[in-house]
Design a protein. Sequence first.
Length: 84
Amino acid sequence: MSKKLRNDTLINAIALELGELRATLSLSQEFVYNDLGIHIGRIETGSTNLSVSTLDVLLKYYDISFSEFFKQVEERLNPTDGLS
């Protein structure tokens, strides 16, 4: 029997970042759903294990590259205190 892998910390960081991107663009969850057919509410709460394909569609929609998105996710996962 195979076990599904799930990293809740990573999923939650991605979910928070996607929610922040959507809010920054002043888009409602309903608007995104109507445009893409993706139930973004489930994704933004971290209740679903997001596929790479779905993430690709969302990032293109939000006009952000994978590298920039994951840089922001990484910063969310490993916050600095501003001291260098």
